[in-house]
Design a protein. Structure first.
Length: 612
C-alpha cells in the first residue's frame, strides 16, 4: 500500500480572490477529480495541461487553488511510481511497456513545468502565493524522498529535487533541471523577507537534515559564482539566512530532528572503504565531509612517498548522524560565502555574528584568519567589528597577532564616539584592557588617549568614558600616578604625551597626567560633573557595570532629567529686589526704587546693547 503523506495546510494569508469567471472553481474541482480517476484507471492525463494553465492565471485566487490541486495530483503520481524513469522501466520490450514509458516521460515533463512554476511563484507579488509555493515544494520533498528510498532500498533524500528548491530560493530564478544545466549562479533576485522568515523558522532552524543538505547545496552554488561588486543576490540571500541561524547542534544527542523520516533511522557503524578499484581516482563525493579535514597530497617530485589513503568513508546517512559532519558543511558554506561579501554593509553584517554564532561552530577557525585580519586592516566600522572575532581567535585558538593593541589604539579617534557601534567597541575595549599582564606603558597610552578624547566628547560619551577610566585605574593600581601627578609649573612646557605617535608603547603617556578628566568637574551637565568627581575620591567603590552607561544618548539623558524627582526645592529670593536689568527707557545715572544709581558695568553694557 502506498504511504500516505499529509497535505500542507493552505496558507492563512491566501490572497483575496478577485472576481473571476463563475465556473473557475468548478472547473478546478472537475479537473482534479478527473485526474484522480485517470490515475486510478490508467486513463488519459491530458486534463493536467489545463490545470497547469490555470496555475499560470492572472487571478491570484485561482493560482492559489490550482497549485494545491496540482500538489495533490502529483503526490498520488509519486506514490504510484509514475514519475520514475530508471533504466529498464522505459525499455521497449513490448508495445504496452513502450506506451507506459511514453506516458511517464510526458508526465515527467509536466512535473518539470510544475516545479519551475513553483520556483517562480516564490517571488510572486502576493504574500499568500509566495508562502504557498515554498510550503508545497518542501512538502513534495517528502514523497519524492520516500519514493527514492523505496527504489534504492536505503534511506535517502531526493538531492536532485532539493537542489532545485535551494536554487529557486537563493537565486530567485526558475529551478532548471540538472540535466539541462541551465542554473546561473551569477544572476538572481533578492529573496522576499517573508520567504526568508518562513524557511528559517519552519525548516532551516528546526530540521537537521534540511540544514545539512541546504548548507551543502548552497556551498556548491557559491563555488560556481565569481565574487563581484556589487555582490550577487545569491550571497545576499544566503547571508540573510545564515546570520539568523542559531540552532547549530553542539552535542551528538541534539541531532534528532528530521524532515525526511527515513533519514531518522540510525545508520550502521562506519566500515572499511573499498580500495580495490584499479581504475583512476573517483570523483569526489560532495557528502564526504571527512575530506574537509585532510591536507592536500603533495605533488612535487621531491616527495617520494604518497600520503596514505583514508580507510574510513561515511555515507550520507552516517554523516547526517555525525556531529562533526554538520560543523564541516557549516564551515565550508561560510568559507565559500565570505569572499562574496564585497560591500561594507554585507561585511559588517557578517562580522556582527561571526564571533558569537560562527566561530563556536566552526571547524578549524584559524582558516578565517586572513579574512578577519584583512577586515581589521581595512579600518573604519568594518575593522572595529572585526576586532571581536580577531580577539576570539587569539584567546581561544592561540592566534599570534603582535599588532593587535596597536590596531586597537588606532581606532581611538573622535569618530568612534559617534559611531553606531560605540557601545560595542567600548565594551570590547574594557575586555581587552582587563588583563593584568599588559605593560603599564601600553595601558597608560590608552588612558591618556581616552582622556584626550573626552575634551571633545558629547555628554553621552563622557558618562561612558569616566566609568571606563575608573575601572581601568582600579584594575591597574600602577597607573595611579597619572591621576595624582601635579600639573606642570608655570612657564614649563606642557604634556610629555605625544598624540601623533601610532605605537602605544612610545607615547610617553606614563609621564603625563589625566588633567583632561579633571576639567570635567566643572561641566555644565550635573550628571557629568558628578561622575568626574569620583576620580578625586578614594577608590573604595567597586568597579562600575559599564552596561549601565553604554546606551546613553542625548535623548535618554533628557528623559532622565525631566523624570528626575527633585528632593529639595531650588533656592529662590523671597522678596522683590527690583529690576535685574534696566529697561530701554531708563537712562544711565537714574536711581532705582531703592535709591541706587545705575552705573555698574553690567548695567552700562546692557543699556548700551538695548539702545543700539
Amino acid at each position: 500500500m502506498a504511504p500516505k503523506h499529509s497535505l500542507p495546510e493552505a496558507s492563512s494569508s491566501a490572497p483575496k480572490r478577485k472576481k473571476s469567471a463563475p465556473t473557475a472553481d468548478n472547473r478546478l474541482l472537475i479537473l482534479e477529480t478527473t485526474l484522480n480517476q485517470a490515475l486510478e484507471s490508467s486513463a488519459s492525463l491530458n486534463p493536467l495541461v489545463d490545470l497547469l494553465a490555470l496555475a499560470e492565471s492572472d487571478d491570484a485566487g485561482v493560482v492559489h487553488k490550482a497549485i494545491y490541486a496540482l500538489y495533490r495530483v502529483f503526490v498520488v503520481s509519486i506514490d504510484k511510481g509514475m514519475l520514475s524513469l530508471e533504466a529498464g522501466e522505459a525499455g521497449g520490450k513490448g508495445g504496452e511497456e513502450e506506451n507506459v514509458a511514453l506516458v511517464r516521460a510526458w508526465l515527467r515533463e509536466r512535473w518539470e513545468e510544475y516545479i519551475n512554476l513553483l520556483g517562480k511563484l516564490m517571488h510572486h507579488e502576493e504574500t499568500g502565493i509566495r508562502t504557498a509555493a515554498l510550503e508545497i515544494l518542501m512538502a513534495l520533498l517528502k514523497p519524492c524522498s520516500s519514493a527514492l528510498s523505496k527504489r534504492t532500498r536505503q534511506p535517502r533524500m531526493d538531492g536532485a529535487f532539493f537542489r532545485r528548491v535551494v536554487s529557486a530560493l537563493l537565486l530567485g530564478q526558475s529551478p532548471a533541471s540538472l540535466t539541462q544545466g541551465t542554473s546561473n549562479s551569477e544572476g538572481g533576485i533578492l529573496m522576499q523577507p517573508d520567504i526568508c522568515d518562513l524557511f528559517l523558522a519552519k525548516w532551516l532552524s528546526v530540521h537537521d537534515d534540511v540544514r545539512w543538505f541546504f548548507l551543502r547545496e548552497a556551498t556548491g552554488l557559491l563555488q560556481k559564482a565569481t565574487p563581484s561588486t556589487p555582490p550577487i543576490p545569491l550571497a545576499q540571500n544566503l547571508l540573510s539566512l545564515l546570520e539568523r541561524l542559531n540552532t547549530m547542534p553542539t552535542k551528538p544527542k541534539e541531532v534528532n530532528a528530521f524532515w525526511i523520516q527515513e533519514l531518522a533511522s540510525k545508520p550502521a557503524k562506519p566500515g572499511i572503504s573499498n580500495t580495490s578499484n584499479a581504475g583512476g581516482e573517483e570523483d569526489p563525493d560532495p557528502s564526504d565531509w571527512l575530506s574537509y579535514f585532510e591536507e592536500p597530497v603533495p605533488t612535487s617530485d621531491q616527495d617520494a612517498t604518497k600520503a596514505p589513503r583514508r580507510t574510513t568513508k561515511l555515507s550520507v546517512l552516517q554523516s547526517l548522524h555525525h556531529l562533526p559532519s554538520h560543523r564541516a558543511v557549516f564551515s565550508e558554506c561560510w568559507l565559500a560565502l565570505l569572499p562574496h561579501l564585497t560591500t561594507p554593509a554585507l561585511a559588517s553584517r557578517a562580522l556582527s555574528v561571526l564571533h558569537k554564532k560562527v566561530l563556536p561552530n566552526f571547524t578549524r577557525p584559524l582558516r578565517l584568519m586572513d579574512w578577519i585580519a584583512g577586515c581589521v586592516d581595512h579600518g573604519g566600522v568594518i575593522g572595529l567589528l572585526a576586532l571581536n572575532a580577531l580577539f576570539t581567535l587569539m584567546k581561544d585558538h592561540n592566534l599570534d597577532y603582535p599588532d593587535f593593541y596597536k590596531r586597537l589604539y588606532a581606532f581611538l579617534t573622535r569618530d568612534v564616539l559617534h559611531l553606531k557601534y560605540r557601545a560595542r567597541f567600548f565594551r570590547l575595549t574594557e575586555l581587552f584592557l582587563s588583563s593584568t599582564h599588559l605593560p603599564v606603558a601600553l595601558l597608560a597610552s590608552f588612558l591618556k588617549r581616552l582622556s584626550r578624547l573626552s575634551l571633545s566628547a558629547p555628554p553621552s560619551a563622557l558618562v561612558l568614558l569616566l566609568p571606563l577610566t575608573y575601572n581601568i585605574l582600579k584594575a591597574h593600581p600602577s597607573l595611579m600616578p597619572m591621576l595624582h601627578r601635579e600639573p606642570p609649573a608655570a612657564g614649563e612646557d606642557t604634556d610629555p604625551f605625544d598624540p601623533q605617535e601610532p605605537d602605544p608603547m612610545k607615547t610617553n603617556a606614563l609621564g603625563s597626567s589625566l588633567w583632561e578628566l579633571a576639567s570635567h568637574r566643572e561641566h555644565y551637565l550635573a550628571s557629568v560633573s558628578t561622575m568626574a568627581r569620583i576620580l578625586s575620591e578614594p577608590f573604595t567603590k567597586p568597579s562600575y557595570a559599564l552596561e549601565d552607561f553604554l546606551d546613553h544618548t542625548y535623548g535618554t539623558m533628557f528623559e532622565t532629567e525631566i523624570k528626575r524627582k527633585i528632593k529639595r526645592d531650588p533656592a529662590l529670593a523671597g522678596d522683590y529686589q527690583g529690576e535685574i536689568f534696566p529697561p530701554a527707557t531708563m537712562a544711565l545715572g537714574m536711581e532705582k526704587e531703592n535709591g541706587e544709581k545705575i552705573g555698574d558695568v553690567v548695567a552700562q553694557l546692557w543699556g548700551f546693547g538695548v539702545m543700539v
